[in-house]
Design a protein around this ligand. Structure first.
Ligand code: IPE
Ligand code: MG
Length: 259
């Protein structure tokens, strides 16, 4: 059976709506630099155009049956880029929330920024916390922005948190299982992504959602992120809908055929 995609719930609150469950889509927003280079522009302008693509994608998503979006905005490895580029990337959440937080709040989007706060300026942390607080009551759509995030670092931190609980006598080693472990990750409270999209032609995970990606379907697209829009998201969901998700099991027909 092909994966279910709910395209019928356009505009309706996706959580609790009838029909197939709302999808969780994760996106590695990639290709800003190449987009800028192809136009003879500085990379920083590619990142600004990338924010516009994020706005388009967030507004298209609920109409396509998506209830949750997790996007990769800045990886713990991106600190190694030139200082001017890092500064531009650090300015992006402010740029995004300044223009869009009122709309996100109005449209029922709950915003969460996942990743380490260490290394971020006090001003940026305040902006992030403010955006989260302002939308904390929203339930229509979830937007998780991974910023200063690394999948391996997050797994290590989860292990450390559990180890501390054991050391404090609050948990026993045998209490640890996949569900408990996941509750210590930055993505706690979010179901795993159904599909992970990476535009720009690259075909790798780049330390994004390592644990959470266990059974995700991958869709790679040849468009650069600043050019991304509703039609690309729709095409990615069509590719996802044609996939056969088995979670390590076999489909019923094959069980019968095996006799
Ligand atoms: C994605 O675009 C933005 C971040 C990784 C922060 P890139 O900056 O990676 O663009 P390319 O890959 O150089 O084209
Ligand atoms: Mg890149």
């Amino acid at each position: 059976m092909a994966a279910e995609v709910n395209t019928a719930s356009a505009g309706a609150p996706v959580d609790g709506a009838k029909g197939p469950p709302a999808l969780h889509v994760a996106i590695v927003m990639d290709g800003n630099g190449r987009w800028a280079k192809s136009r003879g522009l500085p990379r920083t302008l590619g990142h600004r155009a990338g924010v516009e693509a994020l706005k388009r994608t967030v507004s298209a998503a609920p109409k396509l049956g998506i209830g949750r979006l997790t996007v990769f905005g800045f990886s713990t490895e991106n600190w190694s880029r030139p200082a001017t580029e890092v500064a531009e990337l650090m300015a992006l959440p402010k740029r995004y929330f300044e223009t869009d937080i009122a709309r996100l709040e109005r449209e029922g989007v709950r915003v969460r920024v996942i990743g380490r706060r260490e290394g971020l300026s006090a001003e940026l942390v305040k902006i992030i916390e403010g955006a989260q607080a302002r939308t904390a009551h929203n339930t229509v759509f979830n937007l998780d922005i991974a910023f200063n995030y690394g999948g391996q670092a997050d797994i290590v931190e989860a292990a450390r948190r559990f180890a501390k609980a054991v050391a404090a006598g609050e948990a026993r080693p045998e209490d640890l299982n996949e569900v408990v472990f996941a509750s210590h990750l930055a993505t706690a409270g979010s179901p795993p992504p159904d599909v992970i999209i990476r535009p720009s032609g690259e075909q790798r995970l780049s330390n994004f959602l390592l644990w959470e990606a266990a059974y995700a379907e991958f869709v790679f697209q040849d468009v650069l992120w600043p050019d991304y829009g509703a039609e690309h998201l729709q095409a990615a969901l069509a590719a996802y809908a044609a996939r056969d998700r088995r979670y390590g099991a076999v489909v019923a027909d094959d069980v019968l055929a095996a006799g």
